[in-house]
Design a protein around this ligand. Sequence first.
Ligand code: CP3
Length: 336
Amino acid sequence: MWDRFLRACRREPVDATPVWFMRQAGRYMEEYRALRKKHTLLELCKTPELATEVTLQPIKALGVDAAILFADILLPLEPLGAPFEFAAGEGPVIHEPVRDKAGVDKLRLFAPEEGLGYVLQAVRMIRKELDGKTPLIGFAGAPFTLASYLIEGGGSKSKDYAITKRMMYREPAVWNALMEKLAEVTRRYLLAQIEAGAQAVQLFDSWIGALSPDDYVTFIQPHVKHILTDVQKTGVPVIHFGTGTAMLLELGVDAKTPLDWARKLLGDDVAVQGNLDNLLLDAPRELLAARVKDVLHRGGHRGHIFNLGHGILPETNPDAVKFVTDLVHDHTIARL
Ligand code: CP3
């Protein structure tokens, strides 16, 4: 069934539980490492033919039920006016971190076709290659997670987002101006991806767990709403992913939140995605299989998309990823 992923997003009956993996394209795959020897990560992202090739690698190798566009949540920073690089061994480095009003004022809104035309071209090319056999997920970073990179100048060194949260608490006007710009760019970008052919979109708020629910409501939620109101009007499923939290919508649940518990909290009209701990992929097969079945049991028959709690790690054995993909399908087909 080509659309079991989309059907599960809409909580319609499926022949088997759909499965895909965050970071399903990446360094754990030999095919990916071979391409990375010849190109930088940004070259892969900026060349639609290469981004298409990488997007398709896990589709061919694993038989997963959805493709995710190969890109990065940080790509919009460059057209916004905050160039960055992926430094070897260090992760992203933003050359001029945004720390005050002048920094926020310098950021400019842009039309996605102009600033990120290469991503939209990749979306069109991937859809053509997939030929209606596998749905394509587009994505973007959510304002808090993007802001954390912009403000910290890269990943948070202390892991507690101190510089980011200090701006949020002490300079709410500057904070809101920054969030408004990031939200507007993200709103336009997701709508453009959908227009180009993305059949679902995921909003990555990877580091939102650094905030309390009250802070979320005050400092974040209005900006997320600005993005999602229009995106949801398109009718395309939206997956809202965060770690260290459990909120909103079709929800990607991290590995520390039992899925049945999340489902109880969310009620019956949303689908849930997740949430095997990514390190279980390195566990002995017996434990791995038991935990996969536990996630399937908690996820239920309807409206569950199997995934990890966070992305596949570079050290993971691809055989384990294939093992889980097949197990999810075999186990849930047998259930019918
Ligand atoms: O297969 C897929 O999941 C699609 C492609 C994808 C990438 N990044 C490619 C990538 C997606 C969806 C992302 C999202 C992303 N990027 C997030 C949110 C998801 C999450 O993991 O929480 C974040 C926080 C980023 C920012 C980012 N990109 C960091 C911090 C790093 C460096 C850390 C690391 O893993 O090396 C990246 C680099 C990056 N983006 C890689 C890939 C495959 C590493 C590969 C490489 O260097 O070749």
